[in-house]
Design a binder for this molecule. Sequence first.
Ligand code: KG4
Ligand code: ZN
Length: 333
Amino acid sequence: MYTLGIETSCDETAASVVCDGRTISSSVTASSLRLHSRYGGIIPEIASRAQLEYINAVVDCALKKAHIALGDVDLIAVTRGPGLIGSLLVGISFAKALSYARRIALIGVDHVQAHLYAAFLDGQSSVPVRFPFIGLVVSGGHTRLYYYKRFDTFRVLGDTLDDAAGEAFDKVAKLLGLGYPGGPAIERCATRGNPEAYRFSCGDPRRSEFSFSGIKTAVLYAVREIKKRNAISLQQKRDLAASFQASVVSCLVQKTINATVRKKARTLVVGGGVVANKSFRRELLQKSREFGINVLIPRFELCTDNASMVAGLGYQLHCLGKRDSLHFKPRLY
Ligand code: KG4
Ligand code: ZN
C-alpha cells in the first residue's frame, strides 16, 4: 500500500512515498532556508509563499522517483500541525484537493509525533514495533517526553516550560555569531572546545519537564562578562559551545533514561532535529546500554523535517481505523 506524505509545517516543502508504512520509495524536500538566512530565523510569509511555488513540483517529483502515478496512491497523509499557519494551509489545501479530485483517503498527522516515527523507517523497517515505549522528541519547536501504548494511545510525560532544546541551540548560536540553523553550527564549533570550561545547568534532572531558557541566559551573561574585558576569542566561543552542548545533552539523556526506568519501559524511541547531534546520539546509546534499554534512533537525514515520517505515521493511524474528512483544520500547537 502506497502512502503519499506531505509536510509543510515550517520552511520545508516535502513529499514522500512510503510503502506499507515502513519502506521509503521516495523522499523529496525543497527548503527555503536560504531565503531566511539573513534574518537569523524563519520569516513565515516568505516560507508559505515559497511553499506555494514548490509544492506541485515536489509532489510530482516524489511520485516520479517512486515510479508510481497518483492513481496508485492509497492514502494521503499530511501534517496537520503544529507549525506556521500559512505553511500548514499550503500542504493541507493541496492534500485535500488531491484527495477530493482523485477520491484518495486522507489523514492529518501530528508533526511532533511523526518525528518519533522516523525511527521505524527504512534501515529499521524490519524491526518490529514494540509497545509500550518512551518517546523523546527534541526539535526546534518542541522538547517532549511521551509514553506510548499504541500509535493512537499515548500520554505526554513532560514538555518544555519555555524554550525547546533546538530553539536554545539556535539562540545560543546567534549569540555567538555562528549563524542559522544553530544546532549544526554549535556542534561544529564545540568539537574543538572544552565542555568543562563553563558550568551550565538545565535544572533538576529528576523532573520530567524541560527548561532551556535559563541556560541560554547563562551563556548570554558569560559572553557579556568576557566582552567587558576583551573581544571574545575563537577558543572562548568553542568552549562556550562545548559547555552549552554538554549540559543540554546530559539533561536530555538523564531525564529520558529516568522516565524510561520509572515507567519500566524496555524501549526508547527518539526523534527531531536535535537527535542529529552526534554527542547526543553517543551519550544516549551509552546510557541506554548501561540500563539495558533498547533504543531506536532515526538515521541522520530523517531526524530533521521530512515527509516520510508523516506518511509512515499516517499509514499506522489508517491501519487503526483513523480517517479525516475534507473539513479537518490545521492545529497550531
Ligand atoms: O525537527 P526539526 O527539523 O524542525 C522542527 O520541527 O523544529 O528541528 C530543527 C532544530 C533546529 O533548532 C536545529 O538547530 C536543530 O534542530 N538541529 C540540531 C542539529 N541539527 C539540527 N541541534 C543540535 N545538533 C545538531 N546537529
Ligand atoms: Zn520538525
